[in-house]
Unconditional design. Structure first.
Length: 337
C-alpha cells in the first residue's frame, strides 16, 4: 500500500544464539569477543549456532569494549604513481591477513593544512593507527597526533615515529656501479622532482658513488616521474656525444629517455646504456628490455603494517626499516663501444 513503510526483519541477537547453543549470553559474548576462557567444545557449539542463525558480532560495540577498532588509516598522495599503487596493494593485503580493514584517505593537495585535516578525519573514523604515504618534506611541517601510532612510508622523515622505505641509497649505488663496471667513464642522471625524498636520496647516492670512484659528476637533469619528462631530458642527453651511460630515477622516465635516444639516432645499448629504477612489469617489454633496480613494494607494504601493529603494543621509537633492492640486468646496458 502506497505510503506505508516496510520494517526490515530483526537480525539474530546474542540471546538467540545463547538459546540455540544452550549457553548463557555471557558465554556467547566471550566467544564473540575472542576471549580464551571458554572450553573448545562450548566454543564450537556457540560458533555453530552463530553460523546457523547468521549472527554477526557488532564490531563497533566490541571496539568500544576492547579499545581496538581493527582498522588502519592510510593517508596518501599521488594515487596514480606506480610505487604508490603497488605499496597500497601490499598494505591492504597484509592488513587483511592480520584481521584489519584499511581506511584510505587521499590528500589531493599536499600542504600542512590538508594533511592535518586528513589526520583529523581519520581520528573521527576510529582507526587504531595511521600509515603516512606522503613526502617527508611535507610531513616535517605537520604536527602528528600524540598517542596515535604512526608509521611513515618514506625516507627522510624527522620524527619519533618508525620509517619504512626502500633502501634508495643502495639501489642508486647498484645502478651507478653497474655502469662503471661495464667501463663507462661516468654516468649521467635523470632525477625525480626536488620535492621527493626518494629522488633526492637516489641523486645523492649516484653522486657519492661517482666521487667514491674518482669520476666526474655531470649536471643532473630533473624530471617529474613521467615518461614525457624523461623524453625531454633524453633529447638533451642525446645530442651530447660524451653521454654513454644514464641512470634514470624511475622506469617511466627511462621509457621516455629510450624513445628520445632512438629518435636522435643513438642506439641503446651500443651508443648509450640506460638503467631505470622500480622494475615495473612493463620494463621487461621495453625495447630494449630495461636494466633496472627492483623495489620490493610487497615487502615495503608488509613491513609498514607489521611495524604499525608492533607500535600498537609498544611505547614507540625510532625504528628505521630499509628494504633491500636488487639490480635486474637486461639488454639496455653494455660496455661502451
Amino acid at each position: 500500500m502506497e505510503g506505508t513503510s516496510v520494517r526490515r526483519p530483526r537480525g539474530p541477537s546474542m540471546a538467540d544464539v545463547a538459546r540455540l547453543a544452550g549457553v548463557s549470553g555471557q558465554t556467547v559474548s566471550r566467544v564473540a569477543n575472542g576471549k580464551q576462557n571458554v572450553d573448545s567444545v562450548t566454543r564450537a557449539r556457540v560458533q555453530d549456532a552463530m553460523r546457523q542463525l547468521g549472527y554477526r558480532p557488532n564490531g563497533a560495540a566490541r571496539a568500544l569494549r576492547n579499545g581496538e577498532f581493527r582498522s588502519i588509516g592510510v593517508i596518501v598522495f599521488e594515487l596514480s604513481t606506480f610505487g604508490t599503487t603497488r605499496t597500497l596493494d601490499a598494505i591492504a593485503t597484509a592488513a587483511t591477513a592480520r584481521g584489519y580493514s584499511v581506511n584510505l584517505m587521499p590528500v589531493l593537495s599536499v600542504n600542512r593544512q590538508a594533511v592535518t585535516d586528513a589526520l583529523t578525519r581519520l581520528g573521527e573514523q576510529a582507526v587504531d593507527g595511521v600509515i603516512m604515504m606522503i613526502e617527508a618534506r611535507i610531513l616535517d611541517e605537520v604536527q602528528l597526533p600524540v598517542g596515535l601510532p604512526v608509521v611513515v612510508v618514506h625516507a627522510g622523515a624527522h620524527y619519533d615515529h618508525p620509517v619504512v622505505d626502500t633502501d634508495q641509497t643502495q639501489g642508486a649505488r647498484l645502478a651507478t656501479e653497474h655502469l662503471l663496471d661495464l667501463g663507462h667513464r661516468t654516468v649521467w642522471h635523470v632525477g625525480g622532482p626536488p620535492s621527493s625524498f626518494a629522488a633526492d636520496q637516489r641523486r645523492r647516492s649516484w653522486e657519492q658513488t661517482l666521487r667514491d670512484h674518482g669520476r666526474d659528476v655531470p649536471p643532473v637533469l630533473i624530471g617529474d616521474w613521467s615518461s614525457t619528462s624523461g623524453y625531454d631530458a633524453g633529447c638533451e642527453l642525446a645530442v651530447d656525444p660524451a653521454v654513454t651511460a644514464v641512470f634514470v630515477a624511475n622506469d617511466q622516465m627511462a621509457l621516455g629517455v629510450l624513445r628520445a635516444l632512438h629518435a636522435h639516432g643513438r642506439t641503446v645499448p651500443a651508443d648509450v646504456s640506460v638503467v631505470g629504477f622500480d622494475d615495473m612489469e612493463e620494463a621487461a617489454q621495453f625495447w630494449p628490455p630495461l636494466t633496472t633496480v627492483r623495489q620490493t613494494f610487497t615487502e615495503v607494504g608488509r613491513c609498514a603494517v607489521d611495524t604499525l601493529l608492533a607500535e600498537l603494543h609498544s611505547s614507540g621509537g625510532h625504528t628505521q626499516v630499509a628494504v633491500a633492492t636488487t639490480l635486474v640486468v637486461r639488454n639496455s646496458t653494455a660496455a661502451p663501444s
